[in-house]
Design a protein around this ligand. Sequence first.
Ligand code: GLY
Length: 566
Amino acid sequence: MIKNFAYILALLCFFVSCKKNNDIKETRKKGLITQNAMVVSARVEASKIGSDILKKGGNAFDAMCATQLSLAIAYPYAGNLGGGGFMVYRKANGNIGSIDFREKAPMAATKDMYLDENGEVIPEKSTLGAMAVGVPGTIAGVFEVHEKLGSLPIEDILKPVIALAHKGVVVTEKQEKRIKHYQPFFPKANKDSIILDKLWKANDTIKYPALAKTLERILKHGRDEFYKGETAKILVKFIQENGGIITEEDLARYKAQWRTPITFTYDDLNIISMSPPSSGGVCLAQIMKMIEPFHLDEYGHNSLKAIQAITEAERRAYADRSFYLGDPDFVKIPIETLINDAYLSGRMADFSFEKATLSSDVSHGNIQIIESNETTHYSIIDQFGNAISATTTLNGAYGSKLYCSELGFFLNNEMDDFSSKPGEPNMFGLIGAEANSIIPEKRMLSSMTPTIVEKNGKLYMSVGTPGGATIITCVLQTILNIHEFGMTMQEAVDAPRFHHQWLPDVIMMEPNSFDKSIIQQLEKLGYTINEEDSPVIGIVDGILVLDDNSYEGGADRRGDDTAVGF
Ligand code: GLY
């Protein structure tokens, strides 16, 4: 009897708890759910063009090409023709790969090109104007992806993008603020006024007829229009007239590179991320392998112990990043060792929950790294099960601020991602080493971390973010938010974030988002907290495959980011 009573009680408790869990589930914040396909990007216009391509029967690679180019119109802050990026993919059959369409140094570049006669870094030379521009890779990347993996004719991809440039894009409130903020810099880089000098207000429409014309020529003549054709000639003349050193030969020699992605496991997840010249995959692997032995799920999200374990792993990974990583075509990188279990457990051996480690005790010397926040990311899964994760950038906001009005796009300031002077921080505060020094035709080190996650051998997630040096730690936290802390995709991208990058030795935290008592405890343990300088850490976009094989989009609340699908 007692046994039966206990059984009935247990059953009752189970039903009550199921009801409670369902209630919790129903009140959870979820992103867009679709059954077939999805695109998540920084702007609805770009996501919609990508999604329409999929609806028309195109695959994720076709949609990647269209979304990438649409962002140059809808989000010129980072979307681009005059920049570069990386894409990681997983095909429906499980095959994986990645492409690097990163900018490279011009042939006339020299190691000391940003230093004065005393060997000091010349302010703004690597960030503002034509000397800051690296040879752009975006058009080469788009055409390479289309040729190898796309399925629709290039007309079907470029025509909607050209139509968007003609029709224009409505200014959002966030865009109005961004334009206003950066307007003082445009006259410093440009001799004449540019399209974004006007006092654009929310709800105005900005049209890009010059960009439409450039894209029409590219549609007519193909990839080589940008690298060898009339567009190349206009671009080189413009850069040189503004004091830059890029030549027609630089453009003609540019090639996007297929790379083998970095892969590693974390619990039952298989993570696929970008290899050098991005530091993203290696650094993410190092951090995740270092924290794998800790019970983060038991510690709790943004709890004291979780923040400590993650911070200490980040500190050690970023110290290695600074020292070892660069363009693999120019430097030998000990990747196998860097992500090896034994090496990484050795790196964490001196960590204790009792006291912060000092970065000066971890470093490989006094080398620091800095990068910009103004990149952009998009994730796509198509109706066939192919997934891509792509991150693209001009580096700084509107890149070098140099805008070619005849061609209708901004040029990058990616040269600043090299270490102009080993040991000097760049615009992201990252310190670089010899491995990332400037050499003609070398690609500058990046933090972009387009990532795809598999679970039990199946596609599980596509994720990435802008954020310069913080990209890696934002991607990390988003994956952990889902895997360790059971969040939905939308909750995972929206959750408050923190960041540590070895030097400067501070934990950056989004302001007013963390428990004050935890901040106090961290300070007592010797950590320095900075809540002032990073109102926003990353703008993550991602797609999660749910148990019933539908998709949940996570479009970060911090931007105008939007998921579109069907
Ligand atoms: N320019 C930002 C990055 O490449 O990480």
